[in-house]
Design a protein around this ligand. Structure first.
Ligand code: WTA
Length: 692
């Protein structure tokens, strides 16, 4: 029998076999207009000039009061940037542009239904709407600086309006991705201690007007059970003046924003000068344990960092029409749809819907109609667009000068399609590696200074000094072909400040592994552990290989395996659960769920469907497993640990390796047999699809 490739335990090992790619160079036309063409930037931002080099980014902003200390390390590793400075993020993204650019479009909002016209909000209009809503937040909802408020909103202009109105008052916003369930929203309401929830009645997704208000009811009810009372639910309307949700409003708790706003017409609220290190927002992300982490981002440091990187890495000028297809409910949207582009006075496109709906040309029609020239998306979307319409972009008259990819490693052949077909061979590409925790880009080429290499993010961006360590803390040098744990040697202003309410988890997750001295106040002793495996080529380009912890990256959305497992355990029949990643052509990774049942229950397709649904209910549709395997027992080590490695091998049709050390090796054969049948089934259904 032919021996199959031995199971890979992490994405890292799989990817190390990628071959080194040729370099691609940007056009001279791009270089001639680029914001950053000065090779000395790397000297200016060298470790010798750290931390003062970041003054260059902070100087892109308007400060009420300049700071006295660039980097305060007294509470290491909770770094404080620009201490003593006073600033307002909303003022910097809106007010300061009015004098010269009040008539310029700040936001182009593209509704999903194509018969609804694109709405263009000028900076003046944005200013007015933010002020009126800020007045409502202050005077009706009773919110003030330092309070947390949870937002559960989709891709509508009211989302940045809400965020910026919060920022105007120093209220800490915590936006939960619109596609998340009411239960997931509840967990975040509880953790952040919000007593106001801001939502919308409905929105379009894939041709359907979804009832989103229903999620708010679930969220509030569930939060109450967990001990957090929400006393006001503010409901925006997808069509102002009309209710688009069949879910009734709760008297004395739920309010339509558009009704309330009538009382605040014409109101203007002075932006509140906030300390630079005051939190601007929380963004929850998955970790290795079930509980999501609330990454706390600062006002001055975050804004300086996203403004600087939007300018130098994304090459945004005020004349540009910039479209980032990510969702504002993720960090990419916060940093690079809202705060970064608006701080630079660009026009930012917000698209409500699915880029492949109603057909493969939709995205390119939007690009053509708005004359978008900077484009930003994730490999998962690029793969999907390529699958449904490989020749589509050529049919539309748009021209990108610059394109970003983010969120996952991009396969070189997908990169090349992005470059040749989407970018028409004209656009420069940046592959930006970073994380929710980081606020902004960590590794990327500076587009006019460094050539592109498909599949590699590139060197650290100016001011970021990555290093790869092996498990024992030895540096893995450039060009060795070995992978290790990528760390950043120095703090930077966009770095999150802590995990909301859990400083110990912040220290242990990100710093403990390589900390040189726990009592040290010197930043050199505290390298930041990103949690990704990476390797460094001879020419200084980092290739990111995937997560080293238990996180599955589905279509660029991070899901903790533990979160999924704990959701499936909510189903009474389930005794044990294990989630493993399966490689998927479009989504990168998808979860497979293995469960064993409690005694007295029998497996059935209905039960599998119920378990699958429970994951969607508690987390959201993106968590739907490819397959729920109801197995007689889990393969376990003698100490009782579930062997996920073995299950992952089976799911990915790889060799399971040595199982003799298991407590119950026979079970592996049984599961394997089940999987063979299922793989045959999948092949058959794929064939049938191809025929159609
Ligand atoms: C992965 C998204 C390869 C990585 C901004 C990281 C990437 C996780 C890239 C963070 C990239 C992000 N190349 N992998 N260019 N960008 N990742 O928090 O594993 O949603 O740790 O932030 O996505 O995902 P997050």
């Amino acid at each position: 029998m032919e021996k199959k490739e031995v199971a890979k335990t992490s994405e890292a090992e799989i990817a190390v076999h990628w071959k080194e790619e040729e370099l691609f160079y940007p056009s001279t036309k791009f270089i001639a207009q680029a914001n950053l063409t000065d090779e000395f930037v790397y000297d200016r931002f060298s470790l010798d000039n750290f931390p003062e080099c970041f003054k260059e980014y902070a100087d892109l902003l308007d400060w009420y009061k300049y700071w006295d200390t660039t980097l305060d390390t007294s509470d290491a590793p909770c770094w404080k940037w620009f201490v003593g400075g006073k600033i307002n993020a909303c003022y910097n993204c809106v007010d300061r542009h009015l004098e010269k650019n009040k008539n310029k479009a700040a936001i182009h909002w593209v509704p999903e239904p194509e018969n609804e016209r694109i709405q263009h909000l000028t900076y003046q209009e944005l200013y007015v709407r933010i002020n009126e809503f800020a007045a409502l937040l202050r005077d009706f909802a009773g919110l003030k600086a330092g309070d947390r408020v949870t937002l559960h909103m989709p891709m509508v202009p009211e989302l940045p309006i809400t965020m910026l109105a919060c920022a105007r008052l120093g209220i800490i916003h915590s936006e939960v991705f619109g596609g998340f369930s009411g239960k997931a929203c509840a967990d975040r309401i509880v953790d952040s201690g919000s007593n106001v929830l801001i939502t919308i009645d409905g929105y379009y997704r894939g041709g359907k007007l979804l009832d989103h208000k229903a999620n708010a009811d679930i969220a509030v009810e569930q939060a109450e059970k967990e001990g957090q009372t929400v006393d006001k639910v503010l409901v925006w309307q997808r069509y102002p003046g009309k209710n688009s949700s069949p879910t009734p409003m709760v008297d004395g708790r739920d309010y339509f924003v558009n009704d309330l706003l009538k009382d605040y017409r014409g109101k203007r609220i002075d932006p509140v000068p906030m300390p630079a290190e005051a939190p601007l927002f929380l963004m929850y992300t998955s970790g290795t344990t079930g509980k999501p982490k609330g990454c706390q981002h600062s006002t001055g440091g975050f804004l300086a960092y996203v403004a600087g990187t939007s300018k130098y890495i994304q090459d945004i000028h005020p004349e540009d029409v910039y479209w980032c297809m990510a969702d504002i409910g993720w960090i990419t949207g916060h940093s690079y749809i809202v705060y970064g582009p608006l701080a630079l006075c660009a026009s930012s496109v917000i698209f409500e819907g699915v880029p492949t709906y109603p057909d493969a040309g939709r995205a390119w029609r939007i690009a053509e109609e708005l004359d978008v020239n900077i484009f930003h998306t994730a490999p998962t979307t690029i793969r999907a667009l390529r699958k449904v319409g490989p020749d589509e972009p050529a049919k539309y008259n748009y021209h990108f000068k610059h394109m970003t990819t983010v969120g996952e490693p991009i396969e070189p052949e997908v990169w090349k399609w992005y470059h040749e077909v989407v970018g028409k061979g004209e656009a420069v590409i940046v592959d930006t590696w970073w994380q929710t925790e980081n606020g902004g880009f960590l590794c990327s080429t500076v587009p006019a200074l460094r050539a592109m290499k498909p599949g590699s993010a590139g060197p650290g961006v100016p001011g970021i000094h990555p290093i790869i360590y092996d498990d024992d803390g030895n540096e893995i040098k450039a060009g060795t072909g070995k992978a290790g744990n990528i760390c950043i040697q120095n703090p930077w202003p966009g770095q999150f400040q802590t995990i909301w309410g859990d400083r110990d988890r912040y220290v242990s997750t990100y710093f403990e592994k390589y900390c040189k001295d726990k009592n040290s106040k010197n930043w050199r002793d505290w390298p930041y552990l990103a949690g990704d495996a990476a390797m460094l080529s001879k020419d200084g380009y980092f290739r990111i290989l995937g997560r080293i912890d238990d996180v599955i990256n589905v279509s660029g959305h991070r899901l903790g395996t533990k979160e999924l497992e704990s959701a499936s355990l909510d189903v009474v029949e389930v005794a044990e659960a294990a989630v493993v990643p399966v490689a998927d052509e479009i989504k990168g990774m998808v979860p497979d769920l293995y469960v064993s049942l409690r005694p007295g229950y029998d497996p059935s397709p209905e039960l599998a469907a119920k378990i699958s649904q429970s994951l969607c209910d508690s987390i959201g549709k993106i968590a739907r497993p490819r397959k729920v395997w109801i197995v007689p027992d889990m393969p376990k080590t003698r100490s009782g640990k579930i062997m996920r490695r073995v299950l992952a091998a089976i799911s990915n049709d790889k060799d399971v390796g040595d199982t003799t050390t298991l407590a119950n090796p026979d079970i592996v054969d049984e599961i394997h047999k089940m999987s063979q049948d299922m793989i045959e089934e999948l092949k058959e259904s794929k064939k049938a699809l191809m025929k159609e």
